[in-house]
Design a protein around this ligand. Structure first.
Ligand code: NAD
Length: 292
């Protein structure tokens, strides 16, 4: 099976590498040529336009920053829908608005293509280790047919419902993650202000009712855990601007369905402040530093 992989960033590159390791033929594209060089070093091929990359493949996977990148990549004149062979399966793993996912899938379906929205959770470590959680919107039958492909990149693969549902689950999950990262940072800062060792504080809370993923796996305080962005000057990982985008998706979505998300809105405002202070490219756990 030949796979086109578009968007070779913090997540896309390790996901594509796992497909290469599993003996799939992978051809990649990214506007950043360094990312394409890295894919080649890992045994992948590349080409210099989306149209060339998707022309002769069985599956296209996209892992792009936001809705506008996905809509452009699929719907532009030289984009994916106009360049793929009939029967190519289309999978978008980016985190985008559920409305955008439905719009692109509708256009793909009208042209006779099957499309899945399949956003992921698990961070860059999950992408590297092939342990991502996939939340998939679209046909369950199509998902079952390509389950073994997903299993090369992830451990938990869930069907969420029709097109757009994968993104709805992702928006809910990431809103909660943003709130939990802020809450975890606040609790750690309170303990530190009381003279607590943040390692001891984290260890005890991890075995108590305040436990959560931000505390236990992705601790925002430097040097509490090895191999977290916090212990590496907040480099790599999941960018502040990407979290801000996801909290914006939650706000837009809540308005469109008439839901109230007071904590999600507060988190969005705080990540916005942090981004506007020049921290947009740092990992989102750097929100720890916004608190005095
Ligand atoms: P990233 O910014 O590291 O990577 C995005 C890549 O897309 C970049 O290499 C960029 O050059 C490329 N790109 C942008 N526009 C392009 C275009 N038109 N054509 C080809 N390539 C293009 O982002 P990431 O962290 O890899 O995240 C990708 C998606 O996954 C986002 O939607 C994000 O919200 C989501 N996500 C990220 C994480 C994480 O921990 N980083 C976790 C879950 C989900």
């Amino acid at each position: 099976m030949k796979i086109a992989f578009i968007g070779l960033g913090n997540m896309g590159l390790p996901m594509a590498k796992n497909l290469i390791k599993a003996n799939f033929e992978v051809i990649g594209f990214d506007i950043n040529t360094k990312a394409m060089d890295e894919l080649q070093l890992s045994g992948g091929q590349t080409a210099n336009t989306i149209a060339k990359v998707v022309a002769q493949v069985d599956v296209v996977i996209t892992m792009l920053p936001a809705s506008q990148h996905v809509e452009n990549s699929y719907l532009a004149t030289e984009g994916i829908l106009n360049s793929v062979q009939p029967n190519t399966l289309l999978i978008d793993c980016s985190t985008i608005a559920p409305e955008s996912a439905k719009k692109v899938a509708d256009q793909a379906n009208q042209r006779g293509f099957q499309m899945l929205d399949a956003p992921v959770s698990g961070g860059t470590a999950g992408a590297i280790n092939g342990t991502l959680t996939f939340m998939v919107g679209g046909s369950k039958e199509i998902l079952n047919q390509c389950m073994s492909l997903f299993q090369k990149m992830g451990k938990n693969i869930y069907h969420a419902g029709p097109n757009g549902c994968g993104q709805t689950v992702k928006v809910c999950n990431n809103m909660l993650l943003g709130i939990l990262m802020l809450g975890t940072s606040e609790a750690l800062k309170l303990g530190i202000a009381n003279g607590m060792d943040p390692k001891i504080l984290s260890e005890i809370m991890s075995k108590s009712s305040g436990r959560n993923w931000a505390l236990e796996v992705y601790n925002p305080c430097p040097n509490v855990m090895d191999n977290t962005p916090a212990s590496n000057q907040y480099q790599g990982g999941f960018g502040v601007d990407l979290m801000l985008k996801d909290l914006g998706l939650a706000t837009e979505n809540a308005m469109s369905v008439g839901a109230s998300i007071p904590l999600g809105e507060l988190a969005r405002n705080m990540f916005n402040l942090h981004s506007k202070s020049g921290n947009g490219k740092l990992d989102f756990s750097s929100i720890f530093n916004l608190l005095p």
